[in-house]
Design a protein around this ligand. Structure first.
Ligand code: FAD
Length: 78
């Protein structure tokens, strides 16, 4: 059996999670034994991207949400 490799990803935002996911997929493709650890300093994964529930609503923050520097959402709200 091939030697087990270890991969440590620092940061559990979308970049780190995507890197870990891609590495795992590639290891499976190559039939390699890979152990991945994702280190995240915050109490949850996701980084800038966050999903919250408030007042019966599901709120997505981060990618594709409201960015003040892009004026279209502000104009629509006004
Ligand atoms: C309101 C808003 C709207 C956005 N809209 C868009 C959009 O429409 N389209 C788009 O493409 N992008 C958008 N973005 C940007 C997008 O969210 C970010 O580009 C993306 O989430 C960045 O992901 P990341 O994993 O690189 O970084 P981050 O999300 O910053 O994640 C980094 C993670 O690493 C952790 N970390 C850092 N240092 C360490 C350490 N030393 N040890 C352990 N953990 C560590 C952090 O705690 C964090 O969880 C938006 C962002 C915001 C805030």
């Amino acid at each position: 059996m091939a030697e087990r490799k270890r991969l440590v990803v620092v940061g559990g935002g979308v970049t780190g999670l995507a890197a870990a996911h891609a590495a795992l997929a590639r290891a499976r493709e190559l039939r390699r034994d890979l152990a991945i650890t994702v280190i995240e300093e915050m109490p949850r994964f996701g980084g800038n991207i966050v999903t919250a529930r408030a007042g019966g609503f599901l709120l997505d923050g981060g990618a594709d949400s409201w960015v003040a520097s892009k004026p279209h959402a502000s104009a629509l709200a006004r």
